[in-house]
Ligand binder design. Structure first.
Ligand code: SAM
Ligand code: SF4
Length: 324
C-alpha cells in the first residue's frame, strides 16, 4: 500500500499515453500547440514496466488519458498489456471519442472496462468552435460504439465555458432522461497556454446546477460520490448528473490519485508544478528498487491540496501535457 504523509492510500494512477491530440479544445491548448517527439515519450515497454511497478506498490486502478490516448500507436496492445498486470482491478480511459467508432470493440476485447467521453455541446457548430477541429457526429458515433461494445456505464464529460456552451448544459442533461448515462460537468481549471480563457470564462458548478434546475426543477441528490463527482438525478431520469467542482469546492482530502505524464514524470497533484522524473533514471540504468523508492517518496510527499485560492496556477505544463 502506498500511503502519503496524511494517511491517504494512493492507489489510482492516470497514465497519459501521449501529449498529441487530434483536436484543439480552446480550454486545453492553443491552436499552434507543439508536441513532444515520440522518442521523448514513454515507449510501450516502459509503460508496462511502470504499470507492473505501480501495481506492486498497491495501485489497482488505472485510467489512460492524454492528450488523446486513442491516437497513440499500439493503444490496443498497450491496454492488453496493462489489463494483464497482476493486481490491476480497474482499467478505463478518458477520450474525446473521435476514433471510438473504430476502436471501441478492439479496446473492449483487449480488456478496457469503461470510457469517459468528452462532449461539451450537442450543437455541431458550437462543438466545432470549442474543439476547433472536431466533428460532433464522430463523437456521437463513438459514444454509441462504446455503449454497443459494453464499455459501460457510459460517462460523458463537459467542460463549461462562458460564451461558448453555458446554455448547452441543459440539452446535455436531457440525454439522461432516456439513457442510463452519467453526464458530468467540469469546472474549467487554469494551466499554462490558455490561462486567460480558463480564468476569465469559468462557469462554476453551482451556476451549472442552477441553470439545469431552472429547466428540470430541483435535482435529486443521490447521496453518492463517483470519484470527484457529486451525483444527482433529474426526477424520473434513467441516468445521472455529476458536478466536478475542482476549483470552487476541491475534493483534495479524498484524492487518491497520481499521474504519470506521457514523458514519464510522476505528478502527485494535477494543479501543482512539482514533478518526479522517472523516465531519465529508467533510461540511465536505475534498478526497480531505485524507481520504487522514487515513487514512494513522491507519494509520501503528495501535496495536501492545490493552491488556486492563493493564486498559485501551475504554469509548467499545458493540460494535455499532464493528462486530465
Ligand atoms: N483528450 C481526452 C479528452 O478530451 O477526453 C483526454 C485528455 S483531456 C486533457 C481530459 C479531460 O480534461 C477532458 O474531459 C477535458 O475536457 C478536460 N479538460 C481539458 N482542459 C481542461 C481545463 N482547463 N479544465 C478542466 N478540464 C479540462
Ligand atoms: Fe485534445 Fe482532450 Fe485537450 Fe480537447 S481536451 S484538446 S480532446 S487533449
Amino acid at each position: 500500500m502506498a500511503l502519503d504523509r496524511f494517511g491517504r492510500n494512493i492507489h489510482y494512477l492516470r497514465i497519459s499515453l501521449t501529449d498529441h491530440c487530434n483536436l484543439r479544445c480552446i480550454y486545453c491548448m492553443p491552436e499552434d500547440q507543439t508536441f513532444r517527439p515520440n522518442k521523448d515519450l514513454l515507449q510501450d515497454d516502459e509503460i508496462l514496466t511502470l504499470a507492473h511497478l505501480f501495481a506492486s506498490l498497491g495501485f489497482d486502478k488505472i485510467r489512460l488519458t492524454g492528450g488523446e490516448p486513442t491516437v497513440r500507436a499500439n493503444v490496443v496492445e498497450i491496454v492488453r498489456g496493462i489489463a494483464a498486470v497482476p493486481g490491476i482491478k480497474s482499467i478505463s480511459m478518458t477520450t474525446n471519442g473521435v476514433l471510438l467508432a473504430r476502436l471501441a470493440q478492439p479496446l473492449k476485447e483487449a480488456g478496457l472496462q469503461r470510457v469517459n467521453i468528452s462532449i461539451d455541446t450537442l450543437d455541431p457548430v458550437k462543438f466545432k468552435r470549442l474543439t476547433r477541429w472536431g466533428k460532433l457526429d464522430d463523437v456521437w458515433q463513438g459514444i454509441l460504439a462504446a455503449e454497443q461494445a459494453g464499455l459501460t456505464p457510459i460517462k460523458l464529460n463537459a467542460v463549461v465555458v462562458k460564451g461558448y456552451n453555458e446554455e448547452d448544459v441543459i440539452d446535455l442533461a436531457a440525454l439522461t432522461l432516456e439513457r442510463n448515462w452519467q453526464m458530468r460537468y467540469i469546472e474549467m481549471m487554469p494551466f499554462a497556454g490558455v490561462t486567460d480563457v480558463q480564468t476569465q470564462q469559468i462557469i462554476t458548478a453551482a451556476q451549472i446546477q442552477q441553470k439545469i434546475e431552472s429547466e428540470f426543477g430541483p435535482l435529486e441528490l443521490t447521496g453518492q460520490y463517483d470519484g470527484e463527482a457529486r451525483i444527482f438525478r433529474i426526477h424520473g431520469a434513467k441516468g445521472e448528473l455529476g458536478f466536478i467542482s475542482s476549483v470552487t469546492v476541491p475534493f483534495c482530502s479524498a484524492c487518491t490519485r497520481a499521474r504519470l505524464t506521457a514523458d514519464g514524470v510522476l505528478r502527485m497533484c494535477l494543479l501543482r508544478e512539482k514533478e518526479i522524473d522517472l523516465l531519465t533514471p529508467m533510461r540511465s540504468g536505475a534498478t526497480m528498487d531505485d524507481l520504487r523508492a522514487l515513487i514512494l517518496d513522491g507519494v509520501w510527499n503528495k501535496p495536501w491540496g492545490h493552491g488556486l485560492d492563493q493564486g498559485l496556477i501551475p504554469l509548467n505544463r499545458v493540460m494535455n501535457q499532464i493528462g486530465g
